[in-house]
Design a binder for this molecule. Structure first.
Ligand code: GLP
Length: 268
């Protein structure tokens, strides 16, 4: 895992947006894995700005979102499809038919999950997967004890997740307790992964993911097995990392090597 610790949430978003722009400009037909939640919002805002400034185009890109609430229509303000349209897709030149979010109203949800997997395979798999991190260590809606080999399927939300996400729903509104989510095995097949976490409320989950044992009790810890994962966090979310200074040192060395390679100069 590459651990990148930045001063604040703004710089995390800036770093992530730059990585996505680089990915797309390197491969115009990139397949992007996208996430919802409050963490990636600032990244999407920056990507919209880059698009408006003519620095990137999403015209040939395909996107696959991690998850959706079961039982919410695409035009329901709390659905993840609605969130993605509002926060991102409606403001860029991605083709709507190239954006894929699991179908929250599927009559046969399991069949819809299998169809989603087939579309993802047909697109050639994900080049760069953006992830947030649940306070309980979940990725997508893969709650603790999810199979580390799981595929896209229906999952029951953990009570902690229902509580965490209650802030988005009116007190009297129906709040789903079921979801469709990319599986952990599906996520692990992405060619590269970028997980973002900001704020001190994520510090414990970040430490368990990076420095804890790999365990279904903390689904994100499986990323320790992924060969190209970057964990990008702000200082607040990094505060419980025992080896924080080492990660900063490593990152500093990596940047030095990169700068050297760019200038083709000899090692100092
Ligand atoms: C949600 C989503 C996850 C997201 C996580 C963190 O429940 N299913 O994909 O990463 O919780 O959300 P936030 O970024 O708002 O903290």
């Amino acid at each position: 895992m590459q651990i990148v610790i930045l001063p604040d949430a703004d710089q995390v978003a800036e770093y992530a947006a730059n990585a996505f722009v680089r990915q797309i400009n390197h491969k115009l037909y990139s397949v992007l894995g996208l996430a919802t939640g409050s963490t990636p919002l600032a990244t999407y805002e920056r990507l919209i700005q880059r698009y408006q400034a003519g620095k990137v185009s999403f015209r040939a890109v395909q996107t696959f979102n991690l998850d959706e609430y079961l039982g919410l229509a695409p035009d329901h303000p709390q659905s993840y499809r609605y969130f993605m349209n509002q926060a991102f897709f409606d403001h860029i030149d991605v083709r709507p038919e190239n954006t894929h979010v699991p179908d929250g109203l599927a009559v046969d949800p399991q069949a819809a999950c299998e169809a989603f997997e087939r579309r993802l395979q047909a697109a050639g798999g994900i080049d760069l997967q953006l992830l947030g991190l649940g306070r309980n260590g979940h990725i997508g809606f893969n709650e603790p004890t999810s199979s580390l080999a799981s595929r896209t399927r229906v999952k029951t939300l953990a009570p902690a997740t229902v509580r965490d996400n209650a802030r988005f729903f009116e007190p009297t509104e129906f709040q789903p307790e079921l979801s469709l989510t990319m599986g952990i095995g599906t996520i692990m097949e992405s060619r590269s992964v970028m997980l973002l976490a900001t704020g001190e409320h994520k510090a414990d989950a970040v430490a368990r993911m990076v420095e804890g044992a790999v365990s279904a009790a903390c689904p994100a810890s499986v990323l320790q097995f992924h060969p190209h994962t970057r964990v990008v966090v702000d200082e607040a979310a990094a505060q419980s990392l025992a080896l924080k200074a080492f990660y900063q040192h490593t990152e500093h060395q990596a940047q030095r090597l990169e700068a050297q390679a760019r200038s083709h100069g000899p090692m100092a």
